[in-house]
Design a protein around this ligand. Structure first.
Ligand code: ADP
Ligand code: MG
Length: 598
């Protein structure tokens, strides 16, 4: 006896529904996408019980003829593609012709629709795939579809749903994806008779703003940097968040040709561009809109079409990473010091005299044999600082109309710095009250210096009066020999004594002799940990170790000059918001935040 038989449509549709319609949010997605495909400019969404009992979408799109309305509920009935080759030329969100029949298989659906050219519209009621009513109706142009009691006839599915709260969150997430992709469409979202979103049309940035802004004054868009790039393969527009606004709940969106997508590989491109700028688990927000030739992507690999395959994945990765880097580079000039009267910190600041009473007379002249461990000759940095300021001026020139006066004339009279808890420096910036960790700031400054020194072979060293002997494990000898050149660039003059020892003849000028051996030993450990042979990596480790060793410690009271010097050096250098090992250096309290507290 033959055992294969064709499934009745009702059953087939229920099975298909399992793929396309998993929960209220997926139903919402399909309905709203249909409205967009019908060129609607105004879409209203009305929900009850997170969409379980009612999910209604009203649009002002082109509507359907009587025939089309009937056909729309048949499987694989679509007006959007006619032949297989059309699959590679998709300009609409839907094309599989599955959504409406799937929804009808698992809910009670009422549809009302009218085209502009028709006098009357049509009204249909469908109950678990069965047409129960069809009648003419007078209604406005467009489509009004009500999906009631989702999964009323599929208890297993119903059980599978999460709490109302979770389902609502899914619904809102789905809504955000569409609303972000179509800022030229007016949306309202109503839940339990309460307006959740009412979005006017506008630019993408305005749409982002109306969806995510926290308060009138705390504009989300202020944290965004624009990116824009047109190439033959792809055109990319959008926004990425400033590194300091990275957090544990970022908003991350990719769109391609008006369709939201998940794309872990492109996500990686963006994260790579942020490398070294965001710390720890903090992740930046981004909103990326890509346009590509539809022939170069495959949206059909997944029923909900959120996973998309790109023909030119690798070059697009590079283009995306470069565009994000450029945007970040333009921005990373540093939080500009604010020399205007506005925003100045007005609090009593200890003067030089008051500080000198508490510590040994701070020396502010810049000497090259500065030793941070000698309490009596404190100075921020022994580096020739002129070049740093020159590069700062170049950087600032990008952004500031009068860079010279900005950095140089004001040097002696910049906003006052205030030290807190012998650990933080407070000063005023354009963006708000800036709080700087003194130790970490100095680590960043020194690290940049040491790293450059290694690259440019521009070292200086202080000779030790009494050379020290450094005993090295025999297994590490090869490694140390391998590092000798870079160590010399950092200022370590080493001579091999025998099979397991070196004589230390010279050390970096910033260093105290007693710290030399422990630092060298720690560097060897650090480099061993990198488990890569890439020289750049070992250099980074060494520069960081030396910077940590020689940076101003916590607990060090700083004079105002020292603070100014430190702050200016920090802000004029690269990557000044976090240390090379990812710790926050600067945090900014925005004025609104401060005002809110009063
Ligand atoms: P698809 O979107 O893949 O074509 P659907 O099942 O979602 O399949 O919709 C079937 C058809 O019904 C669409 O191709 C379209 O012609 C019509 N349709 C659905 N919703 C609307 C709407 N809101 N306005 C106008 N036409 C619609
Ligand atoms: Mg559709």
């Amino acid at each position: 006896m033959d055992t294969i038989r064709l499934l009745p449509d009702v059953v087939a549709n229920q099975i298909a529904a399992g793929e396309v319609i998993q929960r209220p949010s997926s139903c919402l997605k399909e309905l709203v996408e249909n409205s967009i495909d019908a060129s609607a400019t105004r879409i209203q969404i009305i929900l009850r019980d997170s969409g379980r009992t009612l999910l209604q979408v009203i649009d002002n799109g082109k509507g359907m003829s009587e025939m089309d309305a009937r056909l729309a509920f048949e499987r694989h009935a679509t007006s959007k593609i006619a032949q297989a080759s059309d699959l590679f030329q998709i300009h609409t969100l839907g094309f599989r012709g599955e959504a409406l029949p799937s929804i009808c298989a698992v809910a009670q659906v009422e549809l009302q629709t009218r085209r502009a050219q028709d006098e009357v519209g049509i009204r249909l009621e469908i109950d678990g795939s069965q047409l129960v009513l069809q009648e003419p109706v007078s209604c406005t142009q467009g489509t009004n579809i009500r999906v009631k009691n989702l999964f009323y006839n599929v208890p297993v599915r119903r059980k599978f749903l999460k709490s109302d709260q979770t389902e609502m969150r899914n619904v809102v997430n789905e809504f955000l994806r569409i609303a972000l992709a179509y800022p030229n469409v007016q949306f309202t979202l109503v839940h339990q008779d309460e307006i959740i979103y009412d979005l006017p049309t506008g630019s993408e940035k305005q749409r982002i703003e109306s969806l995510f802004q926290k308060s009138q004054r705390n504009l989300f868009s202020r944290q965004l940097l624009e990116i824009q790039c047109d190439t033959e393969l792809v055109s990319i527009r959008g926004f990425v968040a400033k590194p300091e606004s990275a957090n544990k709940q970022p908003q991350q969106y990719f769109f391609v040709n008006g369709r939201y997508m998940r794309h872990p590989y492109f996500h990686k491109a963006i994260m790579t561009a942020y490398q070294g700028m965001v710390s720890g688990e903090d992740v930046p927000s981004y909103f990326i809109y890509m346009e590509v030739d539809p022939q170069t992507i495959d949206v059909n690999i997944h029923p909900t079409k959120t996973e998309i395959k790109f023909e030119n994945e690798q070059p697009i990765f590079q283009i995306l990473m470069a565009s994000v880097r450029e945007a970040l580079g333009k921005f990373n000039i540093s939080p500009a010091l604010d020399f205007d009267a506005i925003g100045k910190i007005e609090m009593p600041v200890p003067t030089k005299q008051t500080i000198s009473q508490t510590v040994d007379a701070p020396v502010t002249t810049r000497v090259n044999d500065y030793n941070p461990f000698k309490a009596h000759s404190f100075q921020i940095d022994s580096t020739p600082w002129q070049p740093l300021y020159e590069s700062a001026a170049q950087l600032v020139r990008h952004n500031q109309p009068e860079p010279e006066s900005f950095l140089f004339e004001s040097q002696g009279e910049i906003t006052k710095c205030y030290q807190y808890a012998s650990r933080y420096i407070l000063c005023s910036s354009r963006e708000g009250l800036m709080v700087i960790d003194q130790h970490r700031a100095h680590i960043r400054i020194l690290y940049n210096l040491y790293y450059r020194q290694m690259e440019r072979a521009a070292s200086s060293s202080q000779r030790l009066l009494f050379p020290e002997v450094w005993d090295v494990d025999e297994v590490d000898m090869d490694l140390v020999n391998h590092l000798l050149y870079d160590l010399r660039q950092l200022g370590f003059e080493l001579e091999q004594l025998d099979k397991r020892a070196f004589t230390i003849i010279g050390i970096p000028p910033q260093m105290q002799a007693a710290a030399a051996i422990p630092t060298l030993a720690q560097m060897v450990l650090d480099v061993k940990e990198t488990d890569t042979n890439i020289r750049e990596e070992s250099r980074k480790k060494m520069a960081l170790r030396l910077a940590i060793q020689t940076a101003i410690p916590y607990g060090k009271v700083l004079s105002e000059d020292e603070m100014h010097h430190l702050v200016e050096q920090l802000l004029s250098g690269d990557m000044n918001r976090i240390t090379p090992d990812g710790k926050t250096i600067i945090t900014i309290f925005e004025q609104d935040e401060i005002e809110k507290r009063f």
